[in-house]
Design a protein around this ligand. Sequence first.
Ligand SMILES: [Zn+2]
Ligand SMILES: [Zn+2]
Length: 326
Amino acid sequence: MKKHTGRFYIYLSIGAALVTMAAKFIGYWLTGSVGLFSDAAESVVNLVAALVALWALTLAARPADEEHAYGHTKSEYFSSGVEGALVLVAALVIIVEAIPRLFHPQPLEQVGLGLAFSVAGALINGVLAWFMLRAGKRQRSIALQADARHLFTDVWTTLGVLIGVILVTLTGWLVLDPIIALLVALNVIWTGIQLLRETGLGLLDTALPAEDLQQIHSILDSYRPQGVTFHALRTRRAGSRRFVSFHVLVPGSLSVQQGHGLCEEIELALHQALPETTIFTHLEPREDPVSFADQQLDRESSEETDPALPTPQTEQERRSHEKSTR
Ligand SMILES: [Zn+2]
Ligand SMILES: [Zn+2]
């Protein structure tokens, strides 16, 4: 099967959003069901969300430049953040529309025809969401996955609303319609919170998932028999790109050529296991205690240094400086 870019799916979802939005609003106007309205309101969010996702993915695909030397992949978090916020707004609109109907229920009209339009919209969404989620996981695209999961909640929403409207016509219990709409709103709120949570975790530079870390550890461990050790392993994810950094501790007698060759070899092995990963290594002699003093984000020695003292320049100066302050 041909591999499509993330943007291809976003264009598809913009088209689908327009069609389903129209179908669901027609369904609402025909029946007057606030449940169907909640469903239609949600589909407006789809359109805006797809447009934001298109912008974010276009930006994310741009290569690194001087001003953004780590690339633009984090732009995907704009998309999931905006989408999460929009989903919450949609929930609010539904709640505002549904609550008065709890006290003044209204009869539904032309239920059969109205539902047909809604079902058509849900089918389009369901098929598209399935393809997008698969592509999003394959490409590790936050924006695509966010959009797909959002579409899936729409399908469930429509299903719930349909069952509600059918029950209303069967039982004549009109208040069921706004109750279903409020349940839809709760589900929508839950989706929005999850999207915002994922955005927050991304912005906080959360470490790579356990399965990635396990691969990294098993590759690094394979070098330990050669007397090579590692520390200060740090990982993070920026949209679809992974960043990994660590220190490589080798015998101090190794030449620069040999040490660099080893680092290149390790980085290549990691690259093959985890594509789209940027790796930084820092080579250091394992016999030198200074090699072990640099594992935190900040260097202890530089924090303890009296600002009045001149900053030590070379390794030797720093060591003699440390001895004198001890
Ligand atoms: Zn190099
Ligand atoms: Zn170190």
